[in-house]
Design a protein around this ligand. Structure first.
Ligand SMILES: CC(C)(COP(=O)(O)OP(=O)(O)OC[C@H]1O[C@@H](n2cnc3c(N)ncnc32)[C@H](O)[C@@H]1OP(=O)(O)O)[C@@H](O)C(=O)NCCC(=O)NCCS
Length: 179
């Protein structure tokens, strides 16, 4: 666990939650979302999108309709973002897809779980009946743990499907839950 800035190390999560807000993004949020996306992509350990990803591509995935983008703020500071969008067009459009990134300085304090829980409700409100993550890197321990905590099941394992920057070919997971 990272230290919880400004709070005693044993501060209860309820206290943290009162200072955390999640809201739908506005145009003014895009530069921060893009910077965080670029950082995560450049890491080469969590997303198929890599350092060559253009701003236009990232925006199409994360920010522009049919995606709905949300930002998470802790005491007013930008702490993370997620999107919800249809996983497939047409006859697959009732299943949501989502993506999440937490600012490095805010990791390890439950924000992925908080954002995921929020996204499940956002997806329900938009009429989705299930949520699916198509490509969770198996070595991304925090993500695997967070999605498990949010009620997702690993329904598929794609051997060597991800070319990890440091580890080489590692498995990717298909993760799913009914809403
Ligand atoms: C994955 C990510 C979203 C997790 O965010 P986070 O806010 O740090 O996660 P949480 O604090 O909610 O922790 C989730 C769980 O993982 C555990 N965890 C956190 N960091 C961990 C680590 N490095 N190794 C193992 N477990 C870890 C936490 O303890 C928690 O489990 P618990 O509730 O049983 O204690 C964040 O690391 C990130 O933004 N990574 C880059 C983008 C990314 O990977 N997105 C997801 C792609 S599928």
């Amino acid at each position: 666990m990272l230290p919880r800035t400004g709070l005693p190390a044993n501060a209860p999560r309820a206290t943290i939650a009162t200072m955390t807000t999640i809201r739908e993004s506005t145009e003014a949020d895009w530069p921060r979302v893009w910077a965080l996306f670029r950082l995560a992509a450049a890491g080469g350990d969590v997303f198929a999108y890599d350092e060559s990803t253009t701003e236009e591509t990232a925006r199409k995935l994360w920010f522009d309709p049919p995606a709905a983008c949300f930002v998470c703020e802790v005491e007013g500071a930008f702490a993370g973002t997620y999107y919800v969008r249809p996983n497939q067009p047409g006859r697959g459009g009732h299943v949501a897809n989502a993506g999440y990134i937490v600012e490095p300085a805010f990791r390890g304090r439950g924000l992925a779980v908080t954002m995921c829980a929020h996204s499940l409700e956002a997806a329900r409100q938009r009429g989705f009946t299930a949520m699916q993550f198509n490509f969770v890197v198996s070595t991304n321990a925090a993500a695997v743990r967070a999605w498990e905590r949010c009620g997702f099941a690993v329904v598929g394992r794609l051997p060597g499907a991800y070319r990890h920057k440091e580890l080489g070919f590692v498995d990717a997971l298909v993760v799913h839950r009914v809403l």
